[in-house]
Write a protein that binds this ligand. Sequence first.
Ligand code: PLP
Length: 387
Amino acid sequence: MTYANRTNHLKAEGAYAVLAKAQALEADGREIIHFEIGQPDFDTFPNIGLAGIQAISNGKTRYTPPAGTPAFRRAIAMDASKRRGIEISPEQVVVGPGGKPHIFFPTLALVNPGDEVIYPNPGFPTYEAMIGVAGGKPVPVPLVEENNFSFDLDIFDKLINEKTKLIIINSPSNPTGGIIPKVDLEHIAAAAKKYDYWVLSDEIYARIVYDGIGDAPSIYALPGMAERTIIMDGFSKTYAMTGWRLGYGIMPKELARRVGLLLTHSVGSTAEFTQDAGIEALTGDQAQITSVIAEYEKRRNIIVDGLNSLPGITCQKPQGAFYVFPNIRGLGKSSDKVANWILEEAGIALLPGTSFGEYGEGYLRLSYANSIENIERAIEKMSKILK
Ligand SMILES: Cc1ncc(COP(=O)(O)O)c(C=O)c1O
């Protein structure tokens, strides 16, 4: 049997492989503390869950227009306009099952075989996977610790050329938690206009930001960028809705039409009761988000201090998302070896930085969507094996 080449490069996400290994150890009776999976440990807020249940009771269980219900697209446009400080119309909004479709479908709609696509490395693995499916050439740009894990702009400048079709950015970032500062966004935007390329801005963590700095800045709001930018956003992280599968893209109308057609012929539509829950998420009480972020911030401070107290490890204090990306070069072993060793010896599941690309070598990623008690126990266990 033979298969189409376009799936040859696909790999499982590293987090699932580590989770499977950790679960095998748990099945043998070992206690494992989990820092590998990037999802909130909070339940979906009750008002949102209730809105979904009510929608099912009211028979909202049928197909909807592929790009989303008019009411939901309107609610997203209003919320996004307010947050990004720029007018966004409902026709620019495309709804889908999760944030991931808004990486996949715009990439398919924009990238021709051979086109170059610049993306962050270490970065969310779906970017490279989807560039490959579209037949594009993946061009990684290193994120550098010295620059708070923003792009290395010198390398970026050398990689852009006439063949560049799309650049993917993610701020705050998975896996580093870093935020791309406005000056760097301005640099990327200036190059986008000069070389006439598109920007896909993954803003799924835009509201999970600490130290009172407000939402992370969006490249979409910079002059001349709305016509060439796709915002990818969703409900999984901010509203603890990973399993609901609800996300959206914001893009110029013609691209929205094309992405809508890709949705028509692939997923068909997103569940209507899920979309109704999304309306409640956007228009209901937002105070719950503030308290969840305050809790993440406490955990971030504890995990960063704890990691910095360990020999051979240094850890920056990221200002967004719920990840830390400690530097483990001082241990003198590869990320993969260190991650395995910590799992086997200390019973702590975390990811090697290389799960996010080759420039993640020398780092680990921990998701601190876990209790303070577990974070403190994990640091204690790690300090025992590291001393
Ligand atoms: C950076 C980034 N983008 C997109 C997604 C996908 O989100 P969703 O679960 O809504 O598809 C994730 C989820 O881990 C992520 O970390």
